[in-house]
Design a protein around this ligand. Structure first.
Ligand code: NAD
Ligand code: IPM
Ligand code: MN
Length: 354
C-alpha cells in the first residue's frame, strides 16, 4: 500500500469538530489500498491569540511537502475579521496556487431542499481561486474621516482566467457537456469582456460542449427557480463564493457542501475543505454536520487517484442521507453512521471476492 502525508488544519470552531470525522472516513474508505500519515498543524485562532503566529514560514514550507491538505474552517469572533481568513486560508490558496476552487452541488435523495420543486440538482461550480477581488490589492486613505476613500481592486489576468476556463470545459466534457459563465459583464466590462472572449476561444476547442452566459444577479434567481439548467458553472472568485453558499442551501444546507482548492498543475498540494465556516453560533455544541467535511475527504481521494475508494465514500454518505434524511443528529452520530456504512461496504466487497 502507498503512504500519503496529509496536512491537517482543523482550525477554529466547528472546524475542530468535523475534521476528525473527515480523517477517519478517509482512512476507512482507503483501507488496504492507501495509508495516511496525518500531520496536524496548530494554526488558527488559538495559536494566534497565544503567540501571534498566523502561518509561519516553517509551517508553510512543511505543508508544501505534503500530498494534500484537509482543512476545517478558520475565523473566530474574538479576532478582527480578515486576519485569519486572509493570513491563513487565502494565503494557503495563493501560495499553493490553488487556482481551481471546485464546489459540487448535488441534491441527495432524502434531503429536504428549501425549494418547493427542486427537480434534479447536480452541478459543479468552478470558481477561480487566486485572483479577482481576493488579491488584496487596494487601500484606504484618510481613514476614519468623512473624506475616507477605500478601494478594493479586482485583478483578472488572461493566464489566470484561461486555466480555469480550460478546467471547466474539460470537466463539462466528462459530465453533461454544458458550461455557464457567470459574471457581471454588463457592468464590469473590462474583466467581463476578457472572461467572455477566453470562454468563446477555448470553447471552440470543445465542439461537444455548449456554453452560455448568465449575469450573477440572474444566476441567483435561476439557482432557486430552475437549478437543473446548470451543469458546470464557471465564475470568478467573489461571485463563486457567494453563489456556492446559495448552492449549498438549495441542496439542503452548507453542512452538505464540500470543496477542493485544486492546484491542477500538481506543483503544490491541493486542499480539501467544507465550504462552510467555523460557525461560532453552533460551535462546541456537537451540532455541526460533518458530512461536508467527509465529502471533502472523498474529493481528496479522487484527487489522489483513488476513484473506487472515493465512490465508496460518496456512496456511504448518499446512503446515510437517504436513510436518515435531514433528521436532527449530532456530529458524532452522523460521523459514526457514515463510518459504519463504509465498513459494511468494505465487508460486502471482500465477501464478494471470496
Ligand atoms: P458559517 O458558514 O460559519 O455559518 C453560516 C451558518 O451556517 C451558521 O448559521 C452556521 O451555524 C451554519 N452552518 C455552517 N456549517 C454548518 C454545519 N457543518 N452544520 C450545520 N450548520 C452549519 O459562516 P459565517 O457565520 O459567515 O462565518 C463564521 C466564521 O467562519 C467567520 O469568521 C468567517 O470568516 C469564517 N469562514 C471561514 C471559512 C473557511 O474557513 N473556509 C468559510 C466561511 C466562513
Ligand atoms: C469560503 C470562505 C472564504 C472565501 C473566506 C473565509 C476567505 O467564505 O471558503 O467560501 O471567501 O473564499
Ligand atoms: Mn464562502
Amino acid at each position: 500500500t502507498n503512504t500519503y502525508t496529509i496536512a491537517v488544519i482543523p482550525g477554529d470552531g466547528i472546524g475542530k469538530e468535523v475534521t476528525p470525522w473527515a480523517q477517519r472516513a478517509l482512512e476507512r474508505a482507503a483501507e488496504g489500498v492507501a495509508e495516511f500519515t496525518f500531520e496536524p498543524f496548530d494554526l488558527g485562532a488559538e495559536r494566534y491569540l497565544r503567540d501571534g503566529a498566523i502561518l509561519p514560514k516553517e509551517d508553510l514550507d512543511r505543508i508544501k511537502t505534503t500530498d494534500a491538505i484537509l482543512l476545517g474552517a478558520v475565523g473566530d469572533p474574538r479576532i478582527k475579521a480578515g486576519i485569519l481568513e486572509r493570513g491563513l486560508l487565502l494565503k494557503l490558496r495563493f501560495e499553493l496556487d490553488q487556482y481551481v476552487n471546485l464546489r459540487p452541488s448535488k441534491l441527495y435523495e432524502g434531503v429536504t431542499s428549501p425549494l418547493r420543486d427542486p427537480g434534479t440538482i447536480d452541478f459543479v461550480v468552478v470558481r477561480e481561486g487566486t485572483e479577482g477581488l481576493y488579491c488584496g490589492s487596494g487601500g484606504s486613505v484618510r481613514v476614519d474621516t468623512p473624506e475616507e476613500v477605500a478601494t478594493e481592486v479586482s485583478i483578472n489576468t488572461a493566464y489566470g482566467a484561461e486555466r480555469v476556463v480550460r478546467y471547466a470545459f474539460e470537466l463539462a466534457n466528462k459530465r453533461r457537456k454544458h458550461v455557464t459563465l457567470v459574471h457581471k459583464k454588463n457592468v464590469l466590462v473590462h474583466a467581463g469582456d476578457m472572461w467572455q472572449r477566453i470562454v468563446d476561444r477555448v470553447g471552440r476547442e470543445y465542439p461537444d460542449v455548449t456554453h452560455d452566459y448568465c449575469h450573477i444577479d440572474a444566476a441567483t434567481i435561476y439557482l432557486v427557480s430552475d437549478p437543473s439548467r446548470f451543469d458546470v458553472i464557471l465564475t470568478d472568485n467573489l461571485f463563486g463564493d457567494i453563489l456556492t453558499d446559495e448552492a449549498g442551501m438549495v441542496v439542503g444546507g452548507v453542512g452538505y457542501s464540500a470543496s477542493g482548492c485544486i492546484n491542477a498543475s500538481r506543483e503544490y498540494p491541493s486542499m480539501f475543505e467544507p465550504i462552510h465556516g467555523s460557525a461560532p453560533d453552533i460551535a462546541g455544541q456537537g451540532k455541526a454536520n460533518p458530512t461536508a467535511a467527509i465529502l471533502s475527504a472523498a474529493m481528496l481521494l479522487r484527487h489522489l487517484g483513488f476513484e473506487e475508494q472515493a465512490d465508496r465514500l460518496d456512496a456511504a454518505v448518499e446512503a446515510d442521507i437517504a436513510e436518515q434524511g435531514s433528521l436532527e443528529r449530532t456530529t458524532d452520530e452522523i460521523g459514526q453512521a457514515i463510518l459504519d456504512r463504509i465498513r459494511r461496504s468494505l465487508f460486502a466487497q471482500s465477501a464478494r471476492r471470496l
